[in-house]
Write a protein that binds this ligand. Structure first.
Ligand code: CA
Length: 229
């Protein structure tokens, strides 16, 4: 269950937000001042903070800055609650690393949906789907390979082979290892299969094919950097 901290000094608003978040299945903590809120963020490490911009002691932007300055709280998502007139502060909020904002007055239903969306977004891995080596770019998400910006049509198997080599840049991969990881089996097909596919992959990549080196008697490796090729 995700834990949410609501930092809001307006009691009635805080109550209705907390009530609805609890009903949506979240664990909810409440604070009415920035100081109290910061102590709770550090002490309970919530998944998400709903942060009012206008608090009696410090501004919400100060709280946001303090949370973002602490690398042990990097997982904490922040949604700013702002009033309509606070356009400038709203942008400042994003520069400070807030994940989203909701403008007052808001519908509580919409706020609960927004909380769900930000939590889901936070759960996605943030690793770049793109692998680059000199003229070669592999976009894992789009399943696309380009050399010097020109798309190269690869079969699913060739794509997996190149992807595997690129993820292990500079490290020799034995034919057996490649068979296991790319073809997903061992023993049944011969290691010669690997040679055939590497040959075809090199041809398709043209100049960039040279980046895949043969390590005699062992297997293959893609160079660590273009300078080393
Ligand atoms: Ca306020």
């Amino acid at each position: 269950m995700a834990r949410i901290l609501v930092i809001e000094d307006e009691r009635a608003l805080r109550d209705v937000v907390a009530y609805n978040l609890r009903r949506a299945g979240y664990e909810v903590l409440e604070a009415s001042t920035a100081a109290e809120g910061l102590a709770l963020v550090r002490g309970t490490r919530p998944d998400l903070v709903l942060l009012d911009l206008m608090l009696p002691d410090l501004s919400g932007t100060e709280v946001c800055k303090a949370v973002r300055a602490d690398s042990s709280l990097a997982h904490v998502r922040i949604i700013m609650l702002t009033a309509r007139s606070e356009e400038v502060d709203r942008i400042v909020g994003f520069e400070l690393g807030a994940d989203d904002y909701v403008t007052k007055p808001f519908s509580v239903r919409e706020l609960v949906l927004r909380v769900g969306a930000v939590l889901r977004r936070g759960a996605e891995p943030s690793v770049s789907p793109e692998l680059r080596l000199g003229p070669l770019v592999l976009d894992a998400e789009r399943h696309r390979v380009t050399v010097d910006g020109k798309e190269v049509a690869l079969t699913a198997l060739e794509f997996r082979l190149l992807h595997t080599l690129l993820q292990r840049q500079g490290r020799v991969q034995t034919r057996e290892r490649l068979l296991e990881d790319v073809w997903g089996m061992r023993g049944d097909i011969t290691t010669r299969t690997v040679d055939t596919h590497v040959k075809r992959l090199r041809e398709k990549l043209g100049e960039a094919g040279k980046l895949i080196e043969t390590v005699r008697g062992v297997g293959y490796r893609i160079v660590e950097s273009v300078e080393a090729a």
